[in-house]
Design a protein around this ligand. Structure first.
Ligand code: ADP
Ligand code: MG
Length: 355
């Protein structure tokens, strides 16, 4: 404050990465109340309410970082803003019940535009049967910011943490991976083409699947209900927002284990692989590092395998190992490679960077 300026070496946050930054800022946090069963460190916090637990999670979407108004319909954006939060509640094996929306809006947005945003948010609330219970509204000096908080509910013993995986547990993913990233690539390419020549209409009609996966993800309520109905509780679970590799590393770090996955088992959709090839990217790279698929990655005990083996919506991709073995990918060409997470670069600041 005022006075002479002291010279101090300041640390560039880009050097820590997103998770390093969160770890650094939150490492001194002490939990004061016994009902706070889980604070920072999972897809959502877990609060004991006596006969059940509450599950709380928050995500922030910023124009120009997470979405680009050139190609994001506001109704889709509203839907996605809710969907990605519900995904974190399902990733704890809970059922979402309420959402709150904090909006910072630039005056560039019309009432009609915001009505579209709300139509999308309310559509997601309707589909997933959650109550839109409040929020906050303010102006933004530039662009739109959407912060959603979701509240869910579960039985205490049902909650699936990232930390519960044990050696020999089987690793599963739902759906298929990499398509949301490929949708992003197509949308970015068409934006660049449009900027270069506004006469050229964007040609996205060839790629409806990957674009829908990017613009309108669906959280996997169906998967957690299917497992519950089959009497299977995942030993650990996380949703895939940052790419398969990053999420496997989270489960292993929190569980104190390693993991082995097999490239040929990673579920990829042909429509995704086709786009990846067009962009000269390996489809496996899209699945491992693409992110925003909002599928579930979970582990189950081997004893439960028979109960899930005929479920076509989930795919075994490997198993959990002892920590000393690390996290490895056995490639289709027979090589063993270490799994690494692509870093988050806050300086990149471009649409499509990870949350
Ligand atoms: P997800 O990708 O599942 O939304 P994140 O990687 O965003 O999870 O967050 C991981 C954990 O870190 C969560 O427990 C979240 O609440 C916590 N977290 C993220 N950002 C902050 C922050 N700025 N301060 C405190 N906790 C944070
Ligand atoms: Mg998550």
């Amino acid at each position: 404050m005022g006075g002479e300026k002291k010279k101090q070496a300041l640390t560039d946050i880009g050097s820590l990465g997103e998770f390093g930054l969160i770890d650094h800022l939150t490492k001194g946090i002490k939990i004061r109340h016994p009902e706070t069963l889980k604070g920072v460190g999972d897809d959502a916090a877990v609060i004991d309410q006596g006969d059940h637990v509450s599950i709380l999670t928050k995500d922030l979407l910023i124009e120009g970082v997470h979405f680009d108004m050139v190609y994001t319909p506001l109704k889709h954006l509203g839907y996605k803003a809710i969907a990605v939060n519900l995904s974190d509640v399902y990733a704890m094996n809970g059922e979402p019940r309420q959402v709150f929306a904090g909006l910072a809006i630039s005056t560039r947005y019309s009432l009609e535009a915001l009505e579209e945003l709300y139509a999308g948010m309310l559509l997601a609330c309707d589909k997933y049967q959650v109550d839109f219970a409040g929020g906050d509204t303010t102006t933004s000096p530039s662009g739109l910011m959407i912060s959603i908080t979701a509240v869910g509910k579960a039985k205490r013993e049902e909650v699936a943490y990232r930390s519960g995986a044990k050696p020999n547990d089987l690793l599963f993913v739902s759906g298929n991976l990499g398509a949301a990233y490929c949708g992003q690539l197509v949308l970015q390419r068409e934006k660049q083409a449009f900027k270069a020549n506004p006469q050229v209409q964007p040609d996205i009609s060839k790629y409806p699947y990957v674009i829908e996966r990017q613009l309108k993800p669906e959280p996997r309520r169906d998967i957690i209900r299917m497992l519950r109905d089959a009497g299977v509780k995942p030993t650990a679970m996380i949703d895939i927002s940052d790419g398969l590799a990053s999420e496997i590393l989270h489960i292993c770090k929190q569980s104190g284990t390693g993991a082995m996955i097999y490239e040929e088992k990673i579920p990829v959709d042909q429509r995704m692989a086709q786009v990846a090839h067009e962009f000269n990217i390996d489809p496996t790279t899209c699945a491992l590092s693409g992110g925003e698929d909002y599928e579930l990655l979970f582990t189950i005990s081997q004893k439960d395998y028979d109960k899930v083996k005929d479920m076509t919506a989930i795919h075994p991709i490997g198993h959990i190992t002892e920590a000393v073995q690390g996290e490895n990918l056995f490639t289709s060409s027979g090589q063993l490679v270490k799994l690494t997470a692509q870093g988050w670069d806050p300086l990149k600041g471009e649409t499509g960077s990870k949350e």
